[in-house]
Write a protein that binds this ligand. Structure first.
Ligand code: EPU
Length: 316
């Protein structure tokens, strides 16, 4: 048995700490490769899926009390998980925050309020908006992720982003207290929304107007066509690796630095889009990070521009 495996899971102290909690699905020793769009990453000690908000509150309280590290996994679409096991608890909100509720418009207004759980998949939200003819989410078509993850990173494209139609979010503080924050009180930046420290988004509420579903379908198809032409969608990846520096395209800078097609192991800077790294089969996180660092160094050397990472790196 390797040193890591010897101290590996399930950890008796953690199983005991989490054992009494109700309404909670736990899986031990879960490879993150199965839960990330990059399709790579070593196991996490525990994957927890609370079935209610009460169960989520109890879980966080217990993890904080016991000093057990945790993070919100979402759809794993913007995450580079390390090659070494991560000793902590990954939490997914699909079960406790997985509802979409559409409220009829208030009298005298066309605005409809859409309440969406943070664990809802973006693809499901897009299908819902198409079915009900709701405008505003179409720039997000084809972007993998959960609604909570998309709000936190203010996901979007040149055509617009999720916070354009956002009205308010409901967060859970680390104490378990729930709080609604209107959009006007949020600090919204390029690819980021700043939340109170250690809080989690449970729900996002949107104000949306109606649109002819046929018009919506046409817009979505055009966006997808552009994405298929310009992005390597057929390969496992985490989407764009870097934020676009002000006034520049990270992809264009990486291309001009001559790095498209560069490989490290089974990771490759996409030949189609310089800001994407694809997993050609058995890439490791180390392979990806090697390319990330080369891109950072070369772009700085050639253009004096520091690329800022958009992906989150876990462990390693
Ligand atoms: N370009 C190049 N070479 C490349 C890539 C791009 O010259 O290798 C040029 C393009 O020709 C274009 C410009 O750079 O003139 C911008 O490229 P693109 O339209 O592909 O958009 P982007 O800025 O690279 C952004 C988002 C994407 C989103 C697309 C939708 C960021 C960091 N990226 O990419 O979001 O899908 O717009 O067009 O804001 C993501 O965040 O993960 C993501 C994929």
């Amino acid at each position: 048995m390797s040193a890591v495996a010897a101290t590996f899971w399930p950890r008796p102290s953690w199983t005991a700490a989490l054992a009494g909690l109700q309404d909670l699905d736990l899986q031990w020793n879960v490879p993150l490769a199965r839960h990330t769009t990059f399709r790579l990453g070593a196991p996490v000690t525990c994957l927890a899926q609370p079935r209610s908000i009460t169960a989520l509150q109890a879980l966080i309280r217990r993890l904080v009390q016991e000093g057990i590290p945790y993070f919100l996994l979402g759809a794993g679409s913007n995450l580079l998980a390390a090659d070494e096991p991560w000793d902590g608890v990954a939490i997914q909100l699909g079960q406790c925050c997985g509802e979409i509720r559409l409220n009829p418009p208030d009298h005298g207004t066309e605005m409809q309020r859409l309440e969406v759980g943070a664990g809802v998949n973006l693809a499901r939200l897009l299908r819902f908006s198409l079915k009900h003819g709701l405008a505003g989410f179409e720039p997000l078509v084809g972007i993998p992720g959960t609604v909570g993850g998309a709000v936190v990173m203010n996901a979007g494209t040149g055509g617009g982003g999720i916070t354009d139609v956002l009205d308010a979010i409901t967060i859970m503080e680390v104490t378990g207290e729930l709080r609604e924050i209107p959009k006007s009180r949020l600090d919204i930046g390029y690819r980021s929304v700043t939340l109170p420290k250690h809080s989690l988004i449970l729900e996002a509420d949107f104000s949306v107007v109606s649109i002819d579903p046929r018009q919506l379908r046409t817009k979505m198809q055009a966006t997808m066509k552009h994405r298929r032409q310009t992005q390597p969608l057929g390969w496992p990846s985490a989407g764009c690796i870097f934020k676009n520096p002000p006034g520049h395209s990270a992809g264009a800078l990486i291309e001009r630095a001559g790095l498209k097609g560069l490989r490290s192991g089974d990771a490759e800077i996409s030949t189609k889009h310089g800001n994407w790294i694809v997993n050609l089969g058995h890439a490791s996180a180390r392979d990806v990070l090697t390319l990330v660092r080369i891109a950072e160094e070369r772009v700085f050397k050639e253009f004096g521009i520091r690329l800022e990472r958009e992906i989150r790196v876990l462990g390693g």
